[in-house]
Ligand binder design. Structure first.
Ligand code: UDP
Ligand code: MG
Length: 309
């Protein structure tokens, strides 16, 4: 068991073929059934050399003690404990950093990601796929607002980032060691692994699955957390929101110009003006237009800095 420290490099021959990385936040009740289904599936598929890394993401329930018990029962089950709750994306990343397998499978601890998919993922990996991405089918039991917002998110994300992320892309996937090494270079705030995995390239394939039902407790994701993850995704893969200012700038400046023409026509053509009105409006809209354009220019440079980083 590694207690949050960096992994000590082990000899190559010790390397398991497959590491399963599972973030767990207050999942003490759900872990035993999950681990038993998972290890039965893995052993049943003849995958003898595997390790399971349970990442305790700062749980406030006995998750860590539970991991200890599971480790005592089967040493292939190991644990990493984060010093506080860092969130699901960071926990996955920490698991990737400690995984030793030649391929790593990330999945949730609540059996919503059916372990039965693993043999097919491994088969494809052996045939040369570097990423096998799980695609979650629409769950008719999910509340409608969750289904709509999820679909909307993938739409908007694909539109803004220019990167086609299939709707339902889950954090259930197999990644080859080469891709893991690439992902570990990204120590950024606002980590969005779904986008990153797609972005790094390599040979990728997709595998559809029908989500199972959470065995214990409720989703650890509140609406606020979902929104935060969505914003991480958009802001780390798109500079479009920054560009908004420059579009606004040109629109406002254009409106100011039209306003000016209108005022001049009224003044010269019809000799009609309200005292001070035309000049006041012209000056104000012109200044606002300039302001937005300048903000837009700053946005452009910020965008470049973001891309470089
Ligand atoms: N999780 C985590 N840290 C958090 C929230 C969730 O490690 O801050 C884990 C959780 O234990 C589960 C996975 O991430 O294994 C997915 O969480 P959940 O099932 O609550 O999300 P949903 O399936 O509703 O998207
Ligand atoms: Mg879940």
């Amino acid at each position: 068991m590694t207690g949050g420290s960096l992994p000590t490099p082990r000899v190559e021959s010790n390397r398991p073929a497959i590491s399963i990385v599972v973030p767990a936040y207050n999942e003490s009740a759900g872990l035993p059934p999950f681990v038993s289904v998972l290890s039965r599936t893995l052993d049943g598929a003849g995958l003898i050399s595997w390790e399971l890394l349970l990442v305790d993401d700062g749980s406030t329930d006995p998750t860590w003690a539970q991991i200890g018990a599971l480790n005592a029962a089967d040493p292939r089950v190991e644990g990493i404990r984060l010093s506080r709750n860092f969130g699901h994306q960071r926990a996955q990343w920490a698991g990737l950093a400690h995984a030793r397998g030649r391929a790593v499978i990330t999945m949730d601890a609540d059996l919503e990601h059916p372990p039965a998919l693993i043999p097919e993922m491994v088969r494809r990996w052996r045939e040369g796929d570097a990423v096998v991405q799980g695609i979650r089918a629409d769950d008719p039991d999910l509340p409608w607002h969750k289904r709509i917002t999820s679909r909307l998110f993938y739409r908007i994300y694909s539109l803004l980032s220019g990167q086609a992320l299939p709707p339902g892309s889950a954090d259930y996937r197999l990644i080859d060691r080469a891709v893991v090494q690439e992902l570990l270079q990204f120590r950024e705030e606002g980590l969005f692994l779904r986008g990153l995995v797609r972005w790094v390239g390599f040979r990728q394939s997709e595998i559809d699955f029908v989500p199972g039902h959470r065995t214990q407790g409720a989703s650890r994701f509140t609406t606020m957390r979902m929104l935060r993850l969505a914003w991480s995704g958009v802001s780390s893969f798109s500079v479009v929101p920054l560009r908004l200012a420059i579009f606004l700038g040109f629109a406002t400046a254009g409106a100011a110009f039209l306003e000016l023409v209108y005022a001049l026509v009224m003044r010269l053509g019809f000799h009609r003006t309200e005292a001070g009105w035309a000049s006041l409006i012209a000056v104000i809209s012109f200044l606002f237009g300039m302001l937005f354009i300048l903000l837009g220019i700053i946005g452009e440079y910020l965008g470049r800095v973001l891309s470089e980083v």
